[in-house]
Ligand binder design. Structure first.
Ligand code: GLN
Length: 493
């Protein structure tokens, strides 16, 4: 193979170990690919070529000495909400556009400890609020895929649009991402990549710019199910610096991929049929059931009756937590401070926040502050917490009947940039199949499973029991084998 950037993470790790190429060679191939593609795709907000080469050389020295960790020499992209010591971390926001963290997030520290190489920081929706990467202060990310029906630039999804686009366009071997309501799985589905959000508490949130802390969870976007398992294993750990981090072992997830799924019972929730869903998605879901049946699974129709309340619940809980989390951006401690004509301290706060936050973030903060305010707290926020509990209960009620749940990942394929920007509710509907797993804290994976009539990728989602990513990986591997999805975006960038 001449183009090293097309390797899977697994193949690259094997090649590095076998000394077929060096990490420096591999890293240089990615740096060249990023230089060529970034003006068109805008996936990286900060390529860090010099740092990447220094890390690659250090990896080569370790590999030469027969040492090295599980990701030794592997060039990765990092979503720009993981704090990286000494490297600007913006969360896609103007308010943090010059923020250089003095510390490293636990997730990225784990990757570097395993020998990974950082290619740069990846574009994202501002504070991870969005489904199309259009709320980024640094401009939208473009999906490498094009529809056969038009030449319009498509969204890679959001908020981890930079992560998804860079993996799909071979601008890194794999990427970190985060998922509060679907931000790993929806972009993965839109770009023909694999994305997994683990059980809440598996990955440390320490050093991840917070959006909605009871929902935020880190995970990878990668080219294959095995690659995603390798990445997730490296990212997760128990961490005393995050009070919600679970004190549990991180299993050897790559070893679950390829295991037999015979005898597993798969729930098919009847509430996941939504109005206006393209027939192709319904058909793909049906196809997914047939594939798993052929692999020896048993399909079980289930009911998750509170599903229809998931989206409204999410859009109360997430903004409420955001309004609390983002109160720290006041122009005093770090980040942007408005020059303004403020006469009082309050004026300075207001001007800083008006200048530093984009429109969607302001909308969320307004909603969040409203639902937490004295007169409305019980009617909205407390009510939403009660419904959230019901949604979790729905899942708990089915776990004695099924081992995992199969659904579509998204209600549509990638749409054109600009298409839904003016209609926040249409945008929020992207998350309809993904938010439930966040509200219930469950693991969810999106696996590329087919193409629509316009040649755009579609994904299927598997949701598992808490802490049972292993079963999710085995089933995802079975889907991947059956779907044999090998399509790639045709290179135009
Ligand atoms: N699209 C959802 C939102 O805008 C989810 C984002 C996410 O998971 N970070 O809130």
């Amino acid at each position: 193979m001449t183009d090293l950037t097309q390797l899977t993470l697994k193949a690259a790790l094997d090649g590095l170990k076998a000394k077929q190429f060096s990490s420096e060679e591999l890293t240089r191939s990615f740096i060249d690919a990023i230089d060529a593609a970034n003006p068109k795709l805008n996936a990286y907000v900060l390529p860090t070529a010099d740092r990447a080469l220094a890390m690659a050389k250090a990896s080569d020295a370790r590999l030469a000495a027969g040492e090295g960790g599980a990701l030794e020499g592997a060039p990765l992209g990092i979503k720009d909400l993981f704090c990286t010591e000494g490297v600007r971390t913006t969360a896609g926001s103007k308010i943090l556009s010059e923020f250089v963290p003095p510390y490293e997030s636990t997730v990225t520290a784990n990757l570097w400890a395993d020998g990974a190489v950082m290619l740069g920081k990846l574009n994202m929706d501002e504070f991870a609020m969005g489904s199309s990467n259009e709320t980024s202060f640094f401009g939208p990310v473009v999906n490498p895929w094009k529809s056969r029906a038009s030449n319009a630039d498509l969204t890679p999804g959001g908020s981890s649009g930079g992560s998804a686009s860079s993996v799909a366009a071979d601008l890194c071997l794999a990427a970190t991402a985060s998922d509060t309501g679907g931000s790993i799985r929806q972009p993965a589905a839109f770009t023909g990549t694999v994305g997994i959000k683990p059980t809440y508490g598996r990955a440390s949130r320490y050093g991840m710019v917070a959006f909605a802390s009871s929902l935020d969870q880190a995970g990878p976007i990668a080219k294959t199910v095995t690659d995603s398992a390798i990445m997730l294993k490296a990212m997760c750990s128990h961490d005393e610096k995050d009070s919600t981090s679970l004190n549990v072992e991180t299993p050897d997830w790559p070893s679950f991929v390829g295991r037999s799924v015979k005898g597993l019972r798969i729930g098919v929730p009847r509430e996941y049929v939504v109005d206006g869903m393209p027939a192709e998605i319904t058909a793909l879901w049906e196809q997914g059931r047939k594939w798993l049946e052929a692999a020896g699974c048993q399909m079980v129709e289930i009911s998750l009756p509170h599903t229809k309340y998931a989206l409204p619940t999410y859009y109360i809980v997430a903004p409420a937590e955001a309004s609390s989390n983002l109160a720290r951006y006041d122009g005093m401690r770090y980040g942007l401070r408005a020059e303004g004509n403020g006469k009082s301290l309050t004026d300075l706060y207001e001007e800083t926040r008006a200048e530093g936050f984009g429109k969607e973030v302001q909308r969320r903060l307004t909603i969040g502050t409203y639902v937490l305010s004295a007169g409305y707290y019980d009617a909205y926020y407390v009510k939403a917490l009660k419904v959230r509990r019901r949604i979790l209960q729905d899942f708990e009620n089915v776990w004695d009947k099924v081992d995992a749940i199969l659904t579509p990942s998204t209600p549509s394929a990638a749409f054109a940039l600009g298409d839904k920007q003016i209609d926040p509710v249409a945008m929020y509907l992207n998350d309809i199949f993904t938010v439930t797993a966040n509200l219930a804290g469950l693991p969810g994976i999106s696996v590329p499973a087919g193409l629509d009539a316009n040649g755009l990728p579609l994904g299927l989602q598997l949701i598992g029991r808490a802490l049972d990513e292993g079963t999710v990986f085995s089933l995802a591997g079975a889907l991947e084998d059956s779907a044999a999805f090998t399509a790639k975006a045709e290179k135009w960038w």
